[in-house]
Write a protein that binds this ligand. Structure first.
Ligand SMILES: NC(=O)c1ccc[n+]([C@@H]2O[C@H](COP(=O)([O-])OP(=O)(O)OC[C@H]3O[C@@H](n4cnc5c(N)ncnc54)[C@H](OP(=O)(O)O)[C@@H]3O)[C@@H](O)[C@H]2O)c1
Length: 240
């Protein structure tokens, strides 16, 4: 059975991805920074008959927590097949870059950009032991420079200048890591779930979590001939 770790999987899109991956027969490590919240989420899935799930305590913004999570997983599995860097925060709004205080900016980057990097770095040794290692970085339309520079961008985007920048940075992480891993079996991509009703946006999104999770699961389960170093949405490729 292939192993998958999803960070921030105790609620929202990550929880739904955990459910769909378990339904597909993967052994799911449900990442949660709060162990109790993780156990409650996992119990909900056990009650639906999904027993191939285990909670892994991981706070992606806390290096010690990431180290502990990696060594816990190392003691349990030979290899990690799939890492889904899903955990993120939106941060307080409005978020105009002219006025947003630097502490807030650093906090959002700490979770959304440094978090996936330090998580990936610590799980790379286990990923390298998998026959076809896959990394999915959960990004956003708001990270797309093409969309950020579009004449028709929504005024609502001014609420997310910093959040958007963290996702642009995350996309460069995808590009550079995929470049570094070229010539290997690693498949590393960014994906946006689309505007999905979750806690992140006070449930204002148009999509259901089942819809939001779908492109993430599709990219997580790609084969050897699948893409790497690219950015996707449900409908196909998304502009950087
Ligand atoms: N919803 C959308 O419209 C939308 C659109 C584009 C992209 N996305 C992306 O989709 C992903 C999932 O977001 P969502 O909408 O499902 O949001 P959500 O419901 O707020 O879930 C976010 C998850 O991340 C966790 N998290 C936050 N900080 C963390 C940390 N430092 N360490 C570990 N876990 C942490 C949260 O844990 P707690 O429960 O402990 O807070 C929660 O489990 C994110 O990457 C987001 O940027 C969402």
């Amino acid at each position: 059975m292939k192993n998958v770790l999803i960070t921030g999987a105790n609620q929202g899109i990550g929880f739904e991805v955990a459910k769909q991956m378990a339904q597909l027969g993967y052994y799911v490590y449900l990442g949660s920074r709060d162990e109790q919240k993780g156990l409650t989420a996992a119990n909900e899935l056990y009650n639906e008959g999904l027993t191939n799930i285990e909670v892994l305590k991981i706070d992606v913004s806390d290096l010690e927590s990431v180290r502990n999570a990696a060594s816990t997983l190392q003691s349990k599995v030979e290899a990690l097949d799939i890492l889904i860097n899903n955990a993120a925060i939106a941060g307080p709004q409005p978020q105009k870059i002219s006025a947003c205080d630097i502490t807030t900016i650093k906090e959002i980057f700490n979770t959304n950009y440094f978090g996936p990097i330090q998580t990936t770095q610590h799980f790379l040794p286990l990923l390298k032991k998998a026959p076809l290692p896959v990394i999915v970085n959960v990004s956003s339309e708001l990270g797309s420079l093409t969309m950020q520079t579009s004449e028709s961008r929504s005024p609502n985007w001014d609420n997310y200048h910093v959040y958007g920048a963290t996702k642009t940075a995350l996309n460069t992480f995808t590009i550079n890591l995929a470049h570094e891993m070229r010539g290997t079996k690693f498949r590393i991509n960014s994906v946006t779930p689309g505007y999905t009703a979750t806690n992140l946006n006070n449930f204002a999104g148009f999509k259901t979590v089942a819809e939001g999770a779908k492109p993430i699961v599709q990219l997580a389960t790609i084969g050897e001939d699948g893409p790497t170093g690219r950015f996707f949405c449900q409908e196909g490729e998304f502009p950087w």
